[in-house]
Design a protein around this ligand. Structure first.
Ligand SMILES: Nc1nc2c(ncn2[C@@H]2O[C@H](COP(=O)(O)OP(=O)(O)OP(=O)(O)O)[C@@H](O)[C@H]2O)c(=O)[nH]1
Ligand SMILES: [Mg+2]
Length: 210
């Protein structure tokens, strides 16, 4: 019985996500689901990406509580809305449907910063066309081995905080072997949202999809 209810929830979420993704595609909006652990620089990377993009950008910010990230983006003139889940560890497609209505995005790119977590957000489709996974050199190089699903689902992997490489033990070869064990194709792009290094390749990648 319990399994049945979960299957129904997953199925309903998937149906809404598929319809939303089609609707956004029809409006020529690329929907990007941004995954990553808490504090690895999701919002900082989004700011660096959006300021370099030629396309109109929108952000749906997901957090458990608080709206600091949305306020930060709005102060920079970025069109952003906040979803607080008040405890839930991932966003789902009915929540995104409501936020999209509030944002009323036009042709361009809609980024959705999912809840900081490497597990549940990877399990729920939310209307995205692509998944961007952001990881940080401060997380340690073993994350692809410990949290395989997020790495399997990623279309592109951004390795952030590379300015800190001289100060942390991060083994890039071990990390990339772990990524390739899960995902043969996603590009791995090294960046620093602090220095702005590395973002050109992400812009090229996204602009090709628009
Ligand atoms: N040194 C360094 N610090 C960074 C970099 N990117 C982000 N930070 C810092 O890391 C902290 C967290 O950055 P955020 O962008 O808020 O991270 P987040 O993943 O959006 O965090 P949550 O939304 O709370 O999960 C802030 O103090 C940033 O200034 C980077 O490339 N290098
Ligand atoms: Mg954030």
């Amino acid at each position: 019985m319990e399994v049945d209810i979960w299957q129904k929830i997953y199925q309903k979420n998937k149906e809404i996500a598929t319809a939303l993704s089609e609707k956004l595609r029809e409006k020529e909006i690329l929907c990007v689901n941004v995954l990553g652990s808490p504090g690895i620089g999701k919002t900082s990377c989004l700011i660096e990406i959006i300021k370099r993009l030629d396309f109109k950008s929108y952000v749906i910010e997901g957090d458990v509580e608080a709206d600091f990230d949305t306020v930060k983006l709005q102060k920079l003139g970025i069109n952003a809305v906040q979803i607080d889940t008040h405890g839930a560890c991932h966003l789902d497609s009915p929540l995104i449907e409501i936020a999209v209505e509030e944002l009323s995005p036009e042709k361009g790119i809609l980024f959705i910063e999912n809840i900081g977590n490497l597990i549940c957000p990877a399990e729920f489709k939310i209307g995205e066309h692509i998944i961007v996974l952001i990881v940080s050199v401060t997380d340690g190089s073993d994350k692809p081995y410990k949290y395989p699903l997020a790495f399997q689902k990623a279309d592109i992997i951004i390795l952030n905080k590379c300015d800190l490489l001289p100060y942390v033990d991060f083994d890039f070869d071990f990390f990339s072997q772990g990524v390739r064990g899960n995902n043969k194709t996603a590009p791995i792009i090294k960046v620093s949202a602090k220095t702005g290094e590395g973002f050109e390749d992400i812009i090229k990648y996204l602009e090709k999809l628009c």
